[in-house]
Design a binder for this molecule. Structure first.
Ligand code: COA
Length: 250
């Protein structure tokens, strides 16, 4: 999995750490090892006074196709939701410093829901946010069942999380999942510039403001756990296994 997650400190953007999906051949699908690398980078950012903000980026035309379905199929044979996924979600929720994401193109499953934990998301109009949880015989994850209805209302949250409807960049912005829509070629620059501006602000005032805005972390963690219990049971169901095998056989 060498370098499928790149952790970078970009020149010209002081105080910014990038966590970049770098497996375009697999549409940046996220394996357990990639989750672990991202969790470590988030924890390292919180411990490093030189880092003021973390940015999530993908590759051109693809943020991420979500969980690696091969990994999930392996887990479905024996266990529950991979521990590595849960630990990454906890790290996202507990991150003490701002999280900014930049999306160009595909953003599927957790490639969509992780932005609910980001403070600001920039996307291109051609972005395609979609969560086919129910089609895979699964349930929503990442506390999306709690946060999405709050920010976008019940109908849009249902369309996204249960009906599996795709949202364009503009629709995601109208729903409150995205802050700003820019040209595909500007996604990285805008995202990094935004993160650098946040990293330059008084850190304690920013931390307190962020905590107040994001609300009760324990409520979010509790929902992650509740969803994970259902998700784990669903992963081992006959219908989920059939859906995964159908994808792998294509
Ligand atoms: N897990 C594992 N591999 C994946 C993947 C995933 N989530 N998404 C894409 N890939 C792999 C494909 O198997 C393919 O590999 P191959 O070249 O070895 O055959 C490669 O990435 C390219 O994908 P492909 O499907 O050919 O690209 P596409 O442009 O036609 O379609 C998607 C892209 C994202 C629409 C399609 O790949 C897809 O539906 N992926 C599954 C998304 C998903 O359900 N995610 C989990 C949500 S919980």
């Amino acid at each position: 999995m060498a370098d499928h997650i790149l952790v970078e400190r970009p020149a010209g953007y002081p105080g910014v750490q990038i966590i970049r999906f770098n497996c375009p051949d697999k549409k940046n699908a996220i394996t357990r090892a990639m989750y672990t690398a991202m969790t470590s980078a988030l924890q390292a950012a919180d411990a490093d006074p030189d880092i003021g903000a973390t940015v999530f980026l993908g590759t051109e035309g693809c943020f991420s196709a979500g969980n690696d379905l091969g990994d999930f199929l392996a887990v479905a044979m024996g266990g529950g939701m991979p521990r590595e996924v849960i630990e990454f979600l906890y790290a996202l929720v507990r991150a003490a410093k701002p999280l900014v994401s930049g999306v160009d193109g595909l953003a599927i499953g957790i490639g969509t829901t992780m932005h609910l934990h980001c403070d600001l998301t920039i996307a291109s109009a051609r972005s395609h946010f979609r969560t086919p949880f129910v089609d895979l015989a699964l349930v929503p994850e990442a506390a999306s069942s709690l946060i999405a209805p709050r920010i976008m209302g019940a109908q849009r949250a249902f369309a996204l999380l249960a009906a599996g409807e795709a949202f364009s960049g503009a629709e995601a912005r109208a729903a409150g999942l995205v802050w700003k829509v820019v040209d595909p070629g500007q996604v990285e620059e805008e995202t990094l510039g935004l993160a650098a501006r946040l990293a330059a602000k008084p850190p304690e005032a920013l931390r307190l403001s962020r905590d107040l805005i994001r609300g009760d972390r324990e409520e979010i963690i509790a929902r992650i756990d509740e969803e994970a219990r259902h998700f784990s049971a669903r992963l081992q169901s006959r219908e989920a296994r059939a859906a995964f095998e159908a994808f792998m056989r294509r």
